[in-house]
Design a protein around this ligand. Structure first.
Ligand code: KIV
Length: 278
């Protein structure tokens, strides 16, 4: 069956019609093509690539150049999914001018259709300016990994009354600023249910329970490939990490025992040509 292009309008339409939005991360061409072929509504080139692709222990070391490089590769593999680039740490914190310029790079140089920024009030002027420059913005509140040093670790947010009320206010402020959707990361599901009911834009949950308007996961988590952390909210749909290790072990053994390559994997030349070389 032909998959249909998921557009910016599909986000609001999905919320109205009760279609739950599927979003996944991808960081390279091959994975993006597979995720897109499977009919995923939206692909996020997350700054989580710093951890799952580059091996850092937080996302803070990721640069704009890293993000552009990976987003470009992903965009070559995407036909139907709505493609979002994640603005990395310090790419939108110093000035509004810098924020708009960096958001523009995702669109102009890398083929993204939108960008994502973490947090609310502190960056709301930048979000308004980026939207004014005709670049759609996805918001992100709750656990915002770029604030890990301020939050004191990767912790669930919004459990206290003050924190919950603040997150609800932030969600409404972001909607008012014009974001087309809102990622809620690691918040109690009662709170994400309330926020989802109060907003007309869709919420996309990660570790935010059952009642968001969509879900996002890191693709390596879903496939069981990233073993450095295993958050409670992840559902592994495959154990590809183990599968890869097993396949590589078989290859090594085949090479050592001369079982690979076989005759069918080899190229041949004509005997007369070969004879002249002796
Ligand atoms: O960087 C990322 O992958 C993200 C999502 C998990 C929401 O921000």
């Amino acid at each position: 069956m032909e998959n249909k292009r998921f557009t910016i309008d599909s986000f609001t339409k999905s919320k109205k019609e009760g279609h739950k939005i599927s979003m996944l991360t991808a960081y390279d061409y091959t994975m993006a093509k597979l995720v897109d072929d499977a009919g995923t509504d939206s692909i996020l080139v997350g700054d989580s690539l710093g951890m799952v692709m580059l091996g850092y222990d937080t996302t803070l070391q990721v640069t704009m150049d890293d993000m552009i490089h990976h987003t470009r590769a992903v965009s070559r593999g995407v036909k139907n999914a709505f493609l979002i680039g994640d603005m990395p740490f310090l790419s939108y914190h110093t000035s509004t001018h810098e924020a708009v310029k960096n958001a523009g790079r995702f669109v102009q140089e890398a083929g993204a259709q939108a960008v994502k920024l973490e947090r609310g009030s502190e960056v709301i002027e930048k979000i308004r300016a980026i939207i004014k420059a005709q670049i759609p913005v996805l918001g992100h509140i709750g656990l915002t990994p770029q604030s890990v040093n301020v939050m004191g670790g990767f912790k669930v947010q919004g459990r206290s009354q003050d924190q919950a009320a603040f997150l609800l206010e932030e969600a409404l402020r972001l909607q008012d600023a014009g974001v087309f959707g809102l990622v809620l990361e690691c918040v109690p599901e009662q709170l994400s249910k309330l926020i989802s009911a109060k907003l007309s834009i869709p919420t996309i949950g990660i570790g935010a329970g059952r009642y968001c308007d969509g879900q996002v996961l890191v693709i390596q988590d879903l496939l069981g490939m990233y073993k450095d952390m295993s958050p409670k909210f992840v559902k592994k749909y495959a154990e590809m990490g183990d599968g890869i290790v097993q396949a590589v072990r078989s290859y090594k053994e085949d090479v050592e025992k001369s079982r690979f390559p076989e005759e069918k994997h080899a190229f041949v030349m004509e005997d007369q040509i070969l004879e002249k070389l002796y």
